[in-house]
Design a protein around this ligand. Sequence first.
Ligand SMILES: [Zn+2]
Length: 304
Amino acid sequence: MLKRFFDPILILFVFSLAILVCAVFLFPNITNAFTDKDNAFSYLEEQMSFGPRTPGSEAHEKFLNWVTQKLSAQGWDVDLQKGNYKGHEITNVIASRQNLVADPDAEWIILGAHYDSRLSADADSVSANQTQPVPGANDGASGVAILLELAERLPKESDKNIWLVFFDGEDQGNIAGWEEWCIGSKMMAQYLEKQDRRPDKVVVIDMVGDKDLQIFREKNSDKALTDEIWSTTEKEGLSNIFQDKEKYSIYDDHIPFLKIGIPAVDLIDFDYPAWHTLADDIQNVSSDSLAAVEQVLYAWLTKK
Ligand SMILES: [Zn+2]
């Protein structure tokens, strides 16, 4: 009988089981059944295939057609909010499912990300590169990829009124003919300010695809809403990525909403050496990072 305990197949089985158990404890997000990392990453790759989505470019136009088609196919109502800034056409994309939320007082949440790429890689150390557009794998495409993955994964029936908003004109500040940052989100906040009913919460995601992802509490963000999200990150076992301390003050698409009194948060990893350089390309982003941020937002939106 004793001999059976040393059966090589049994030993192999026990050893494999031990490895699996360790993997689940060490990497809790691999148990995340709803996140298809490759699918989210494919949304990033598709955006990159258009080229930099700079305002006025063909890639920008292609992006608008593509995102509208994707969201409509996933059953979302799509509205384009158009405006003009110093002669530049600005287009925000708004995806909603208002018709599915029966309660008119349901909590209204905006999840937003900018989709435009910066016209000038002015932080690049090579001066000839500074007149080139930023590829925007992390700065632009990462947030959009997560919103599209959520568009696909979120349950159709929800007790919340969720808007997925793709902002234009976030990333052109300090460029001749532009001057300001966050044009699209300012345009949306101006619209909302005139409405009787306004969103209850706004969460902006930007630069969330860094291979070495670490997101700190952003100092301008609403404290209570930040606490709410950080408590989700803890429950999801992602405190290694979502660091429980403040680091930067960022002027991002959450600011225009804070200015009109709507609690808003910016989830951003600003420790990204490729920021506003030609190196902000696909080799510096990872599908694991996209999956972690998506996991937190999904849990926050769906858990009671
Ligand atoms: Zn940027």
